[in-house]
Design a protein around this ligand. Structure first.
Ligand SMILES: CC(C)(COP(=O)(O)OP(=O)(O)OC[C@H]1O[C@@H](n2cnc3c(N)ncnc32)[C@H](O)[C@@H]1OP(=O)(O)O)[C@@H](O)C(=O)NCCC(=O)NCCS
Length: 205
């Protein structure tokens, strides 16, 4: 999502790069729970636009299209389908009927066995511990299913829930970078990282 992240860049052998790309290409759901998020398709664009249009959802997220229109959201989904084919990105949604209740945007840097998770929950579900639980499950899945060594996350200075979530899950603060939005504007982002070994030590189950 941004050239300035991840902070930790340790080159991994070609065999691992291939394995990570294959893993990204093969997954269809984020996890194995019955209600696990599924890959977004172009048909999701109208419902995804409705979900993303709330500023409580889109304002903190630098990687979303600007302006948000059905065409730009369709292009966002299409871009992720291309990234999946390359083994470098995944876009998941979850919801009921035609209503989206959450999305997850995973970027992968196979050469460094590194990844980033972005996303949001429907505002009616905020502040009940669901974001932290869902994020913890997603990070564990990224280490296991995508075979990553490090996860790098960012949040704006104003995004206190995400900051508390990342600090609470044991991520280490790594300073500040500039995140460039798709429309070329920039914002300051705080950065966190956690390695697979630290994750497994802190979250043994
Ligand atoms: C980030 C997000 C997923 C968090 O989900 P959530 O279910 O509301 O979060 P939780 O209830 O698990 O709370 C996480 C922490 O933030 C705190 N928090 C939640 N809402 C808060 C608020 N409005 N103000 C201050 N702190 C808040 C919680 O107390 C908790 O901290 P604690 O564990 O130290 O008590 C959700 O707020 C969201 O979708 N936001 C919009 C998009 C976004 O910011 N995405 C992340 C960047 S990509």
């Amino acid at each position: 999502m941004a050239d300035s992240i991840p902070i930790t860049r340790i080159n991994v052998p070609a065999s691992r790069i291939r394995a990570i790309r294959s893993a990204v290409r093969e997954v269809t759901h984020l996890g194995s729970a019955p209600d696990a998020s599924r890959l977004a398709t172009l048909d999701d664009a109208p419902a995804l636009l409705a979900f993303l249009s709330d500023p409580a959802v889109h304002a903190p997220i630098y990687s979303l299209p600007r302006p948000l229109t059905e065409a730009s959201v369709r292009a966002f989904v299409q871009e992720h389908l291309v990234q999946r084919t390359a083994g470098e990105g995944l876009l998941f949604v979850r919801g009921e009927a035609d209503v989206i209740l959450g999305y997850s945007d995973i970027q992968v840097w196979p050469q460094w066995a590194a990844g980033e998770l972005g996303g949001a929950l429907h505002p009616s579900l905020h502040h009940q511990g669901r974001g932290s639980r869902g994020a913890a499950e997603s990070f564990a899945w990224m280490f296991e299913a995508l075979q990553l060594d490090v996860i790098c996350e960012t949040a704006s200075h104003e995004n206190v829930p995400t900051q508390r979530m990342l600090d609470g899950l044991g991520f280490t603060r790594k300073g500040e970078v500039e995140s460039v939005r798709p429309d070329g504007t920039a914002r300051a982002s705080l950065v966190w990282e956690i390695t697979r070994s630290d994750w497994l030590r802190l979250h043994p189950n």
